[in-house]
Design a protein around this ligand. Structure first.
Ligand code: NDP
Ligand code: MG
Length: 383
């Protein structure tokens, strides 16, 4: 029997690669629901190809437009947050792939877990801001949270058959992004185009900028803490520019077990959807002879201090990770709209962390309030 999946964010980088995995496994995977923001041209093509029975788009106007385009087929079309939640809780779905970007993924992910769906989690912002609610809820509901993020998939694979209490540390690898090796001063005038040139991975704009600031790695440290239940001081970021070792775990006897492969997100997507089975991925496998050399270095925490701020945010706890994440989302959007300079991204995150009111154990409502307070603070200082 095929596994039925719902995809939040089917038109994005992870979404389209998830659909590629569906195309490679037509007997085993079926898309029953999916959502997009505003890319109706691609969404329409996807709907005609994968035939979900329920879809959602960003706004009411877009939903009307889509209805006209799809007047020849029988399909339920919704929009906005209600639409995302409908897709996430779609009665037919077994697993929800959270390929949407940003905190907008929090409520649909929680709704999916409450509805008993397994989560193939790409949307790290959800765990960063609401991990303290999501992890216990998933446990209570008996659903699996399967990592799609490549590093977390590598860690998950490395932990197969191992005992959690025998982990010494997690070695979270990072490519270092396009600005690895540069000094703080050298980043003063970098452009959007420079920041969007990731050396190894092709991804959506937001995460590509996050990789350039290394704030992505900060978000991933927090994501790893929630997924694997380790202490912050057990997570070490290792810069590995070749992006071949996708992360590793060191155990108490000194053994390091990691997962290597080409930088292709379809592997972690495939693994999350078929776990604990492995399937053929129709792609070029890693050629170690071509790779030749693997190198490892410590991150430059002075230039890329956004990464240190992530440790501070997680250490402070409460709503501070939400402030960190929301401030970063807003700052990245401003940078992509040419409103601020690259180096203002960590500056805004740092200022927001110092200025937004602390809440020790935020409910979901308070997480969302914190998001709004953070945006209000930023808009009062940076237009
Ligand atoms: P993209 O920007 O490529 O895609 C985002 C998707 O979300 C699109 O389908 C977009 O729709 C949709 N979307 C965005 N905003 C909204 C909104 N307000 N309402 C409804 N839908 C919305 O992102 P990525 O695929 O790169 O990343 C997705 C998530 O996965 C992020 O959390 C990222 O950190 C994580 N991730 C991504 C990796 C990658 O390789 N790309 C690797 C590891 C993690 P539309 O385009 O139609 O507007
Ligand atoms: Mg990653």
């Amino acid at each position: 029997m095929s596994q039925k999946i719902a995809i939040l964010g089917s038109t994005g980088s992870i979404g389209t690669q998830t659909l590629d995995i569906v195309s490679q496994n037509p007997e085993d995977l079926q898309v029953v629901a999916m959502s997009c923001g505003s890319n109706l041209d691609l969404f329409e093509t996807q709907i005609r190809k994968y035939k979900p029975s329920l879809v959602s788009v960003g706004t009411e106007d877009l939903a009307k437009d889509l209805k006209t385009r799809l007047s020849d087929i029988d399909i339920q079309i919704q929009y906005g947050m209600d639409g995302l939640i409908a897709v996430a809780t779609s009665a037919d779905a077994d697993t929800v792939v959270t390929a949407i970007v940003g905190m907008v993924g929090v409520q649909p992910t929680i709704a999916a877990i409450k509805a008993g769906k397994n989560i193939a989690l790409a949307n790290k912002e959800t765990l960063v801001t609401a991990g303290h609610i999501i992890m216990p809820l998933a446990k209570e509901k008996g659903v699996s949270i399967l990592p799609v993020d490549s590093e977390h998939s590598a860690i998950f694979q490395s932990l197969n058959g191992e005992r959690q209490n025998q982990i010494s540390k997690i070695l979270l690898t990072a490519s270092g992004g396009p600005f690895r090796g540069r000094s703080y001063e050298e980043l003063e005038n970098v452009t959007i185009e420079d920041a969007l040139k990731h050396p190894n991975w092709s991804m959506g704009a937001k995460i590509t900028i996050d990789s350039a600031t290394m704030i992505n790695k900060g978000l991933e440290v927090m994501e790893a803490k929630w997924l694997f239940g380790v202490n912050l001081n057990q997570i070490e970021v290792v810069v590995h520019p070749q992006s071949v070792l996708h992360s590793a775990v060191e155990f108490m006897d000194g053994a390091i077990i990691g997962q290597m492969g080409t930088p292709d997100m379809r592997l972690p997507i495939l693994y999350a959807l078929f776990y604990p089975n492995r399937k053929t991925l129709y792609a070029e496998p890693l050629d170690l002879f071509k790779v030749g050399t693997l190198t490892f270095e410590k991150p430059d925490l002075e230039t890329f201090y956004g990464l240190s701020l992530a440790y501070d945010a997680m250490d402070a706890g409460g709503n501070v990770p939400t402030v960190f994440n929301a401030a970063n989302e807003r700052a990245v959007a401003k940078f992509l709209h040419n409103k601020i300079k690259f180096l203002e991204i960590p500056e805004i995150v740092s200022e927001a962390m110092m200025n937004v009111d602390f809440i020790s154990n935020p409910t979901i409502e308070q997480v969302l309030e914190t998001e709004q307070m953070t945006y209000d603070f930023i808009e009062s200082r940076w237009q």
